[in-house]
Design a protein around this ligand. Structure first.
Ligand SMILES: N[C@@H](CCC(=O)N[C@@H](CS)C(=O)NCC(=O)O)C(=O)O
Length: 214
């Protein structure tokens, strides 16, 4: 019997990626909250799991993994169905390019630690934070929409099966809406998100504020 614990924060998009991936693979897991608002990610306990002082971390029977994309690819290797990456090397390069366009370009620049550091160093007014988020996310999603203008885009980012790129896109769109970034002129992204959000595995992963949980 596997014991799988996800150390996450409900609003963390990298954690949301992992919840979607675990649900799609049908892997049962417990969530253990690491509260980013009280900087619990920098606690001794979390640093022992995650040397970068971030979430998520995944404990698989005592083997602790970090970095959401590395974990998702590992889960995909352990549990090949449903596959998160397509069959050919060229297709995998396309899917990874889509995933990285979000996970390595948009997400790190909007990370709470980075933005709070910028706010403190520039003594910026609070509204600058929202403008920062809106600008970076919008720019990134515009580029992503262009990348989707490709014959291999289907019901999802690549073909008709949900995969790694979609797993990165959904939390980023959640964040876009959270910060009020304009995205109503991005029809390919909107269609994919709508279809994905209808899947039970995706619905179950949706961020829920524990303070408002029933
Ligand atoms: N590349 C990492 C990013 C992890 C990350 O940035 N997590 C954010 C939440 S989404 C975090 O822990 N931020 C806290 C901080 O910056 O102190 C991954 O994919 O796991």
């Amino acid at each position: 019997m596997d014991t799988v614990t996800l150390y996450d924060y409900w609003r963390s998009s990298a954690s949301y990626r992992l919840r979607i991936a675990l649900n799609l693979k049908g892997i049962r897991y417990e969530c253990e909250a690491v509260d980013l608002l009280s900087a619990e990610q920098k606690s001794v306990a979390n640093l022992a799991r995650n040397a970068q002082g971030l979430v998520p971390s995944l404990d698989l029977n005592g083997d602790i993994l970090t970095q959401s994309l590395a974990i998702i690819e590992y889960l995909d290797e352990l549990h090949p169905e449903p596959a998160f990456l397509p069959a050919t090397a060229r297709e995998r390069a396309r899917v990874r390019a889509l995933a990285y366009a979000i996970a390595m370009e948009i997400h790190p620049v909007c990370n709470i630690g980075v933005v709070d550091q910028f706010m403190a160093m520039t003594d910026a007014k609070p509204e600058i934070k929202q403008q920062w988020m809106q600008t970076i996310i919008r720019k990134g999603l515009l580029a992503f929409e262009k990348m989707l203008q490709h014959p291999d885009t289907g019901r999802f980012c690549h073909g008709d099966q949900i995969g790694l790129a979609d797993i990165c896109l959904l939390p980023q769109v959640y964040n876009a809406d959270r910060w009020g970034a304009k995205r109503d002129d991005l029809p390919l992204i909107s269609g994919i998100v709508e279809r994905a959000n209808n899947l039970e595995a995706v619905k179950q992963a949706y961020p829920t504020d524990p303070a408002k949980a029933p």
